[in-house]
Design a protein around this ligand. Structure first.
Ligand SMILES: *Cc1c(COP(=O)(O)O)cnc(C)c1O
Length: 388
């Protein structure tokens, strides 16, 4: 199935809605049945049929089909956020007393669901440096049921060898779940490497327009039916039909957006790496990345996230740099059409030291590259760096 078929046609049945080219938003919470027998059949397969929109909805289903096809998955469930997709994936795989191994620096709310939420229910988690596969093996216990990965992560971009971790987990009956938000299905295919479940913050590149919060979880139909019966239906963190419709629209331009973003990102990366006031640039594609070989073998292309470590003596200089950016909007999140800057120091109190004893230096500023002309972004960065 070619990419444009998936994005332009798959899951869409235009004959059923007047030949309309854009699909309808089926804004209905419930679906009626002509007979008791038909209703009974609906209840037997809420995952695949239309009964109630907390389970399945025709507009959301179009999106499920497209995202599943992009990931090379049998099926996909859409959620109201990426955090919900990750949480549902985790919750479906563990019970009280079980043990999870997770990468050391996952997305903060992934850490929170494992440590804070599931910790209250007797699930324990060991966080390990995932750049060395041996660390996963060393952390396994008899109760390990799940390995949670994020490759690369979204701040310093450490990667895990997905095929090697899957090969470690599978024979032991341990499931694997990876957050693939950074790479998108276009640049990395974890299921093909043996991973069981792939989650996305679809808020980021998949939607790409900074107007929807959404999540996706992809995997085998059998595993997703488990997720559906469990956390999907019980927690009810669903994607509304209107948001699904916006996402279908955003998704149609994913390849062309990513192509443009990758090109610009490489130019910005080269500019920053050569700038005397930049100490280091973090990116899977940065020349200083010790995992460049894994980048080559596991990622098909660049995404638009990179993190700059500024050569500064205090947090005030970081603030001057960020306040001086005119074209990068300063905020959280990433993956949209517009370029963004996220200063790590903004989450710390004003008088925090530049180098905390443990944790990331406050001289880091994460950039998300959007669709602007490269020269516009580079000029903006040059001007802001001149204020250091
Ligand atoms: C944003 C993000 C999430 C959470 O997604 P939401 O859609 O904000 O809930 C999960 N993982 C990564 C890597 C993210 O960047």
């Amino acid at each position: 199935m070619d990419l444009s078929y998936i994005l332009n046609h798959l899951g869409e049945d235009r004959e059923r809605y007047f030949g309309a080219v854009a699909p309808p938003i089926v804004q209905s919470s419930i679906f009626a049945f002509p007979t008791v027998d038909a209703m009974r059949a609906g209840f037997r397969d809420e995952f695949g049929r239309h009964v109630y929109t907390r389970g399945n909805n025709p507009t959301v289903e179009i999106l499920r089909r497209k995202v599943a096809a992009l990931e090379g998955a049998e099926d996909c469930l859409m959620f109201g956020s990426g955090a919900a997709a990750m949480s549902a994936g985790v919750i479906a795989c563990v019970q009280g007393g079980d043990h999870v191994v997770c990468v050391a620096k996952p997305y903060s709310w992934t850490r929170a669901v494992l440590k804070d939420l599931l910790g209250r229910f007797g699930v324990t988690t060991t966080f390990v440096d995932g750049t060395d596969t041996a660390n996963f093996e060393a952390a396994l216990t008899e109760r390990t049921r799940l390995i949670v990965l994020e490759s690369p992560n979204s701040m310093t971009f450490e990667q895990q060898d997905l095929a090697a971790v899957a090969a470690l987990a599978k024979p032991r009956g341990i499931r694997t779940l990876v957050d693939n938000s950074y790479a998108t299905p276009l640049n990395q295919s974890p299921l093909a490497l043996g991973i069981d479940l792939v989650a996305h913050s679809a808020t980021k590149y998949l939607n790409g327009h900074s107007d929807v919060v959404a999540g996706a979880l992809c995997g085998s139909e059998a595993l997703l039916r488990e997720v559906f019966r469990g956390p999907y239906m019980t927690l009810g963190a669903i994607l509304a039909p209107h948001d699904a419709w916006l996402m279908i629209r955003g998704l149609r331009t994913l390849p062309i957006r990513l192509q443009r973003i990758a090109r610009t990102t490489c130019e910005v990366l080269a500019f920053l790496e050569a700038h005397p006031r930049v100490r280091r640039v973090y990116s899977p594609h940065a020349s200083a990345n010790p995992q460049l070989a894994l980048t080559e073998s596991q990622l098909r292309g660049a995404s638009g996230l990179l993190t700059v470590e500024l050569d500064v003596a205090d947090v005030a200089a970081v603030e001057r740099f960020c306040d001086g950016l005119a074209r990068f909007l300063m905020t959280v999140s990433w993956g949209g059409y517009e370029s963004l800057a996220f200063p790590v120091c903004a989450v710390f109190p004003k008088d925090a030291p530049l180098h905390p004893v443990a944790g990331v230096p406050l001289s880091l500023v994460r950039l998300s590259i959007g669709l602007e002309e490269p020269v516009v972004l580079i000029d903006d960065l040059r001007d802001a760096l001149a204020r250091l």
